[in-house]
Design a binder for this molecule. Structure first.
Ligand SMILES: [Zn+2]
Length: 264
């Protein structure tokens, strides 16, 4: 009886391992099959960021990170300016003598031009982040142009210079949108470290993402206005921790043009 039970257990174990073996095979080869059926578009490739959005990558136009040869990283802050959080972030950066890059939403800049002036006077770089934060993949080309031009004109009227950096809202930029941005002279700046701070992520989890994803040349995505329930308290709490973590590892923080060797 005992022997019968043992052989049943062995048979059962063999069946289980065969079954799990079978189910793991399609999973491990499916990405290859998907790639074979989807030819890579000429001149670039489609990438998916952790937010689930697709971005089209083209050499020297779309950047997800800088060169890995220097231990540098760039802090980037989207969706500003506002009075409360942008100011708090500027104070932390100034205290730590760090320059960062701010991707500006035009209609917010229209309300707070004085904050744009402070960002620039503090030595930071600004980039265009559209007029009212739409998904550009869903807009007609002339509307995409309007989003970019309207913001660019406003920013140059406040600062006296033009920016050629653009970050697409949600990181979403199809091949045709990237082509249009390139034809307008923009460099498209994505990111390699996603803190998901906009979602109210706790400082501890933000640090987990940073520790996992930060590598030399890294571009760190954060926000300085908006966010879930308009609350970025965790961004403000985590920022000094991100700075001291990276500094202890020997990183220098630079702006996007410095990181990518682009004209200022
Ligand atoms: Zn945004």
């Amino acid at each position: 009886m005992k022997r019968h039970f043992r052989s049943t257990v062995i048979l059962f174990t063999i069946l289980i391992s065969l079954f799990t073996g079978c189910t793991s095979i399609p999973r491990s080869i499916s990405p290859g099959i998907a790639n074979a059926n989807t030819p890579e578009p000429v001149g670039g490739s489609e990438l998916q960021n952790r937010t689930g959005e697709h971005a089209y990558k083209v050499d020297n136009i779309v950047f997800f990170e800088g060169p890995s040869t220097l231990k540098q990283a760039a802090l980037t802050f989207d969706d500003g300016p506002d009075v409360y959080y942008t100011t708090k972030i500027l104070d932390i950066l100034s205290k730590n003598k760090i320059r960062a890059t701010f991707f500006i939403v035009g209609q917010r800049a229209e309300k707070h031009p004085e904050i744009i002036k402070r960002i620039v006077n503090d030595g930071h770089t600004i980039g265009n982040h559209s007029w009212d934060h739409p998904d550009l993949n869903k807009l007609a080309p002339e509307k995409v142009k309007f989003e970019l031009d309207q913001t660019s004109n406003l920013l140059s009227s406040i600062t006296g210079f033009q920016t050629h950096l653009f970050r697409p809202p949600y990181g979403a930029a199809s091949q045709s949108v990237v082509n249009e941005l390139a034809s307008m002279g923009y460099k498209v700046i994505d990111w390699s470290v996603d803190t998901r701070d906009w979602a109210g992520t706790s400082p501890a989890i933000i640090m987990e993402y940073v520790k996992k994803e930060l590598k030399p040349g890294g571009i760190i995505l954060e926000h300085c206005a908006g966010g879930k329930n308009d609350n970025l308290d965790n961004t403000v709490k985590a920022l000094p921790e991100i700075i001291s973590y990276a500094k202890n590892l020997g990183y220098t923080f630079v702006t996007i043009p410095e990181l990518l060797g682009l004209p200022k």
